[in-house]
Design a protein around this ligand. Sequence first.
Ligand SMILES: [Zn+2]
Length: 125
Amino acid sequence: MTDVPSPDIKECEACGERFFFARTLGGAVMPVNVKPDRTGNLAVHQDVAGTWHARVMRKGEEPRRHEKPHLPHFATCTRPADFRRRLAQARAERNKTTRNNRSHRRAAAAAAIEQPGLFRIESGR
Ligand SMILES: [Zn+2]
């Protein structure tokens, strides 16, 4: 059993299976089932910084010593369409939050410049 730290484990809202996100070689993030699976085509390992990595293996390829075979969650999800939709929703939600934070920061910066007194206090530290 790969030792996945529990805070990283998510539960699929569509089917209830547990998974975690691993980074692919291309830099994308992929949902991977927590349970290792010998039929899995993903070679998964955790680096020293704690980041999980998933490498897609060629047919018949064995995981290396530091890797464990896993299945992408899409492969076992009982409602993959539902799962993909929720993932896309979560991503869109995250992007929206980031955008909001950014425009909020811009607005705050603009407000500080419009009020020179406030800005001086800020920069005088
Ligand atoms: Zn699922």
